[in-house]
Ligand binder design. Structure first.
Ligand SMILES: C[S@@+](CC[C@H](N)C(=O)[O-])C[C@H]1O[C@@H](n2cnc3c(N)ncnc32)[C@H](O)[C@@H]1O
Length: 284
């Protein structure tokens, strides 16, 4: 996956999820290697713990954002790691089973927080409190939703009658905003708005920007960074920041153009269709 895993080194899976990539890293680094797995979602970390339990290699799981990796390194006095992987976005568990409102397929509480034990506002609270202009900005900037203005207006009208609590309520408003022309294109009409709300609720772009700002300090010389992103907002941030680090003589990009999955990989895992993978290395 581009991490150049070597035995006896410390690697970080910053978005360990259900531990699929982590298991592959552990296979490559052998019993002398060490892996830290971070995730903001405590429920997902439980799944990773169970999945990785049989691995003999050393690994530790942390309930942290990848943007806080510096705090972990400081507390252990480890100067830098040999590789960091970020596989951004949602895990399949969160989408299909968490019942936290990430999916528009059923009817779930509109939560959307990765860290459901935290004190941050839920998607429902955001929808019920934000101004119409703020909602429009969120739908437009984070979802690139062409009907952002109309949907924001309908959200504000709808919440005066009944506050938002469930995903079904939001899907109904989005469908109403579509008008008689109905559905266009392949995407479900709620896709963009759900993505936008999730990004806003979890401050996803801010977390990624903080991480990218600090990552060279967390890597040892020659250490690798691999980032897999699933939408253009994330990929743009990664692309620009890595190019800036290269201009500054701090990191070198090993992929000028992002790597994308082969048709066979997309067939095996349709959610990977929009994945873009970028690799960079800290200069020695
Ligand atoms: C696509 S999944 C990762 C799947 C994982 N690679 C696997 O093989 O199972 C993305 C994960 O990133 C987590 N996540 C999102 N933002 C995060 C952040 N700022 N810090 C740590 N984890 C985060 C989510 O909770 C989710 O579990």
């Amino acid at each position: 996956m581009g991490l150049n895993c070597r035995s006896g080194r410390l690697y970080v899976d910053g978005t360990v999820g259900e531990g699929g990539h982590a298991a592959a890293i552990l296979d490559h680094i052998g019993p002398e290697g060490e892996l830290w797995g971070l995730d903001r979602d405590p429920e997902v970390l439980q799944t990773a713990a169970t999945r990785l339990a049989h691995h003999t290699s050393r690994f530790q799981l942390f309930h942290r954002s990848y943007a806080q990796l510096g705090e972990l390194l400081a507390s252990t006095q480890i100067p830098g790691v040999a590789g960091i992987l970020l596989d951004l976005g949602l895990s399949s568990f969160q989408l299909a089973q968490s019942q936290r409102g990430f999916s528009f397929a059923g009817d779930e509480p509109l939560d959307m927080r990765f860290n459901s034990e935290g004190s941050a506002a839920t998607a429902a609270q955001l929808l019920n409190r934000a101004s119409e202009a703020e909602l429009e900005r969120i739908f437009w900037e984070y979802g690139e939703e062409p009907r952002a203005r109309r949907i924001a207006r309908l959200v504000v009208q709808s919440r005066r009658r009944r506050v938002f609590q469930t995903t079904r309520q939001l899907v109904e408003v989005i469908e109403q905003a579509q008008g008689p022309g109905g559905r266009r294109g392949r995407l479900h009409p709620a896709t963009r708005v759900f993505q936008a709300l999730r990004i806003a609720v979890n401050l996803e772009l801010e977390e990624l920007a903080t991480f990218l700002e600090n990552v060279p300090a967390w890597l040892e010389p020659g250490g690798r960074l691999v980032v897999i992103s699933y939408h253009s907002l994330e990929d743009r941030l990664v692309k620009h920041r890595l190019a800036a680090w290269e201009r500054a003589g701090v990191m070198v990009r090993l992929t000028r153009k992002p790597l994308t999955p082969t048709p066979a990989e997309v067939k095996a895992n349709p959610r990977a269709r929009s994945a873009k993978l970028r690799i960079a290395e800290k200069m020695a």
